[in-house]
Design a protein around this ligand. Structure first.
Ligand code: 13P
Ligand code: SF4
Length: 339
């Protein structure tokens, strides 16, 4: 170990005392003490910058523990982050997540500054479809309403009747009262929804590059090596994976399952950081950890969040005519939850 690393260690150093010590305690089970002195200065600076800028940090469940437990004001799935963005009184919103999440926050807060620490934080689902594709689908299926997963660009949302997330997809589809809907762009989520409703679903061939890699054989392998394991899967996984799981739900659904059911041993068939974040909170639960990283989520780091709040970049902007139509689709979705 280098002398500088040694000098940073030990519970008596500033990183481990006072407010920083309390913050570290939240993630101590998953972030080694040796690493914390490297994160602590950024966490302290971000805390102060949030106060100066009257800014709030919304972090997705796939963010790393030093972000999720260290600087986030609100954590959650896409739906919870959209709801929090709609409600906040803060003047600026920093989205620790991917670009479509920041765009959704901007749609709901056109007058506020919305920041994304790395504008290249994309999503394979959002990249799988354009507004022109949606217009062609409407020509092919005249009169059939379009339900669009929030994992899309504002341009695609603007061509849609209503948005949904993995947490409310069935309720949104059924809210339309239509016998048939076009459901975009995640084919696997669409198949998963189709199993739970009588509404006929027309799907697109978009896939999440993280969840499409899981296989049914993976799940059987987890059960062979850990016979008592409870398998929770995200609905973006292929249907044969969902068929092998004990429970399917959004990232918030999985988190609630662990918090309320407290399984002895669990495997979350989703992005890696989710298990780290929950393991920090639930020492009594043993997490089996397959690791599929989302390269887009991992573009967001503490250093980039700090820089973003220092420079107030990168600000999310949406062309006003697109924003007005996309906002309607997101607001219709939020209204479904309030019915
Ligand atoms: P959730 O809405 O379930 O958090 O999912 C978002 C996402 O990007 C999953 O890959
Ligand atoms: Fe997109 Fe998949 Fe990454 Fe979620 S995990 S942001 S769906 S690529």
């Amino acid at each position: 170990m280098t002398p500088s690393l040694l000098a940073h260690r030990g519970p008596e150093t500033p990183a481990f005392t006072g407010r920083l010590g309390e913050i570290y305690a939240k993630m101590a089970r998953v972030v080694p003490a040796m690493e914390w002195p490297f994160f602590a200065p950024d966490v302290a600076a971000i805390t102060e910058l949030k106060r100066q800028r009257n800014a709030i940090v919304l972090a997705h469940n796939y963010q790393t523990p030093e972000i999720y437990h260290g600087v986030a004001d609100i954590v959650g799935d896409s739906l919870a982050l959209a709801r929090a963005a709609a409600k906040t009184k803060a003047e600026a919103i920093l989205l620790a997540g991917v670009h479509f999440m920041a765009e959704t926050a901007k749609l709901l807060n056109p007058g506020k500054t919305v920041l994304i620490p790395d504008p290249k934080a994309g999503c394979s689902l959002a990249a799988s479809i354009t507004g022109a594709d949606v217009r062609l689908l409407r020509e092919r299926y005249p009169g059939v309403p379009v339900v669009t997963y929030v994992n899309t660009s504002a341009e695609v949302k603007a061509e849609s009747d209503i948005c949904c997330t993995s947490g409310n997809a069935v309720a949104v589809v059924e809210s339309l009262g239509a016998p048939k809907v076009i459901f975009l762009p995640d084919e696997y989520l669409a198949l998963n929804v189709a199993k739970q409703t009588a509404v006929e679903i027309v799907a697109w061939k978009g896939h999440c590059e993280v969840h499409e890699r899981f296989t049914a054989a993976d799940i059987r392998g987890f059960r062979e090596s850990h016979p008592d394991v409870i398998v929770l899967a995200h609905p973006e996984c292929p249907p044969e994976v969902i068929a092998e799981a004990d429970f399917t739900g959004s990232t918030a659904g999985m988190s609630d399952y662990v918090a309320t059911r407290r399984p002895k041993r669990v495997v979350l068939v989703t992005e890696c950081s989710m298990s780290d974040n929950l393991a920090a909170e639930h020492p009594e639960v043993d997490f089996v950890r397959p690791c599929n990283l989302c390269p887009h989520m991992k573009r967001i780091t503490l250093a980039k969040i700090r820089r973003s709040l220092e420079t107030m970049r990168h600000e999310v902007t949406i062309e006003p005519a697109v924003a007005a139509r996309a906002r309607q689709a997101v607001e219709r979705m939020l209204a479904v939850g309030r019915r």
